[in-house]
Design a protein around this ligand. Sequence first.
Ligand code: ADP
Length: 402
Amino acid sequence: MTQSDIKKGALLVLNSGSSSVKFSIFQLDADGAEGVVPLFAGQLTGIGTDAHLKAKSEAGEKLADESWATKDEGTVPSILPHLLTWIETSLPADLPLIAAGHRVVHGGEVYDKPVVVTPEILKQLESFSPLAPLHQPQNVAAIEALAKTRPDLPQVACFDTAFHQGQSDLCSIYALPKRLTDQGIRSYGFHGLSYEYIAHYLKQEMPDLAKGRVVVAHLGNGASLSVLEDGKSIETSMGFSALEGVPMGTRPGSIDPGILIHLMREHDMDAEDLEKLLYRESGLLGISEISNDMRDLQDNPDPRAQLAVDYFCSRVAKQIVSLAVSTGGLDALVFTAGIGEHGPIIRKKIGDYLNWIGIRIDPARNDANASQISEDGSLPVYIIPTDEEIMIARHTLNALSV
Ligand code: ADP
């Protein structure tokens, strides 16, 4: 199939978790620069307890807000066929679904780009589960469930790690015995689809800057930063797992690994206890004991909330400087994702830590969430809203075309 053969139809983009599924539908747009345009999107949440479907058209019109508690046996794979039916009946008859693109957290050391999934490849993706035990099995199960119900529908796996493949050893190994590095204990990095979207955006909209050194701060509930040079990922803050780097909603970011040995020895904690501590109980929630959500903390006078916010901002600022060492400097800073796009208080605090490297945030531009939020004459700072879903849709279309 070549790109010119694929003119009409719709693409399904899926991001599957343990009890929720986010989905977006795109229509092919053969004449448009991007090849796809969004039609509608939604999410199924509470699967296994109180499943609920919400969906909206691209124009914001409500398409669904209803309980699905009776629709399945309570797992994502068992509810997916119902979701597929709902999606297909919501699409115009002349817009058949022609493929599904999945966000898959891990592509191991094998995949530096998306791949059309075959049964052999699915087995291989399953074998990466120990690298991302909380997410990979859910991603694989969703692909498997769709393959069972619609064996003819091509499915494309788009990896969160792929964009970071190709980083130098200097930027991606740990100082561990080489035999462990050789077994794949190294930094993979995540949020790759978001960074790739930003790199693509910069190339289209700011081609000169795109050739330079840009730190992108993806600050959402999960948070990481990457430094790009000439559109490529040079180094990133997340590493072997999605725990490394800056603090997050419920994850601590980098901590002294000696703490883990201490907790195992003196607090009798095993792998499962540590996983719970590090993925669900730490970060902003752990420090503040109030919330994992920056909106609840940023102007909360409780000193625990303020410590959490300051800790987050200072660690992000340190990470920006640290990443810029690998590129020998910095030409621009980009904020993206929930906090990055909508959090002026946080962006200002981060900027204040970086006055000494020439970053000055303009208060009015920052409060307005403008696209450029730095003062004139400052090292430029931009907000670029990320869009991982359209990145997956574009990848899915491209993977079908080769
Ligand atoms: P995820 O990592 O789950 O994809 P998002 O990128 O959607 O998350 O970011 C969600 C986070 O963004 C929320 O937990 C919240 O902390 C933060 N956020 C959203 N809106 C604002 C805002 N107006 N001010 C500060 N933080 C915000």
